[in-house]
Design a protein around this ligand. Structure first.
Ligand code: ATP
Length: 298
């Protein structure tokens, strides 16, 4: 039934989420953050790009605990997939790494350095973010890719677009790389937007990639193109992915199964699938949420 109050509440949630996403991108791309650093902050020095959450607890404001004593190691150059029901805290973990929020307890280390004690500029320079709802700024396609790294040359932008399987559809636009997008520009399909967002991450060339995988299925052709682009972006990087597709989860080097802010189990697909009474095995058998594999996939 039509319930204006409920619809409004739902819209409010959607808007807040969109703001968080846009903010994440702005903040990630903000190479000179205005925030003050702790007085003796040093620059982060990345060697392996190993990310470690140590006994991390977190609450938004005065709210209930969203993360409770989370221990996760994302090894350098490997893919770590976060899975679990909606509300388990997966996206919150992603938001803690660029320090949009700080843990209320515990610490996050990158190559052994506490990220709370390094400059935000040096931290965020090491991170790239690809979201399920890529944000396109007012400007040309070229500008939108360049947001990943303002000093990138045109050649670097086109190389990134080629790797992201975006070059051909960009050339097919009325003005190629100079075609305006955003509110007053042309409309791109979901898959095209995602490939631009991946090109933006590639031009940034950061060793750590935070990935919020799309839940909504694209048509098969775009799906394949996006997947190829992601495979390029993920190669040789430390990837922490909020995974919704079974194929992503199965391929991950390590799977972290979350529920209600806690890590329930961790391991490879094989290890977890064989743990008969484990949450992961149950979820796999149900072939349903939280991994949310579309029925047609795999
Ligand atoms: P989903 O797959 O649905 O995105 P998730 O596992 O990523 O779920 P989170 O988005 O991290 O879960 O949310 C964990 C909890 O934190 C939820 O109860 C959510 O409502 C709450 N939450 C998320 N963002 C905020 C915020 N900015 N302020 C207050 N509460 C929030």
């Amino acid at each position: 039934a039509y319930d204006p109050a409920r619809r409004l509440a739902k819209l409010q949630v959607q808007i807040e989420r969109a703001v968080v996403n846009a903010r994440m991108i702005y903040a990630l791309l903000d190479l000179q953050p205005q925030q003050r650093e702790v007085a003796d902050a040093a620059d982060l020095v990345v060697t392996e790009a190993r990310v470690e959450l140590k006994n991390v607890s977190f609450a938004y404001g005065d709210g209930a605990a969203i993360l409770k004593g989370v221990d996760i190691v994302a090894e350098g150059g490997k893919t770590t997939a976060l899975v679990g029901p909606s509300g388990a805290g997966k996206s919150t973990i992603i938001a803690l790494i660029p320090r949009f929020y700080d843990p209320t307890e515990g610490a996050i280390l990158i190559d052994g350095q506490d990220i709370a004690k390094v400059t935000k500029t040096s931290l965020r320079r090491q991170l790239a973010y690809v979201s399920q709802q890529p944000y396109l700024f007012e400007g040309s396609i070229r500008d939108n890719i360049r947001y990943g790294r303002p000093e990138a040359t045109d050649v670097e932008i086109e190389d990134a677009a080629r790797l992201a399987h975006a070059h051909d559809f960009i050339l097919a636009q009325p003005k190629g790389y100079d075609t305006p997008v955003g509110e007053n520009g042309i409309t791109l399909s979901g898959g095209q937007r995602q490939r631009l967002s991946i090109a933006r991450a590639l031009v940034r060339n950061a060793p750590i990639l935070l990935l919020d995988e799309a839940t909504s299925a694209l048509d098969n052709e775009s799906e394949a193109a996006v997947q190829k682009a992601l495979d390029v972006a993920m190669k040789d990087r430390t990837v922490i992915v909020v995974a919704h597709r079974l194929s992503t989860v199965v391929k991950a080097d390590r799977i972290v199964v979350m529920n209600e802010g806690q890590v329930m189990e961790q391991g490879t697909h094989e290890e977890l699938a064989n743990r008969k009474d484990g949450l992961y095995a149950r979820l796999n058998n149900l072939q349903a949420s939280p991994i949310e594999a579309p029925a047609t996939e795999d």
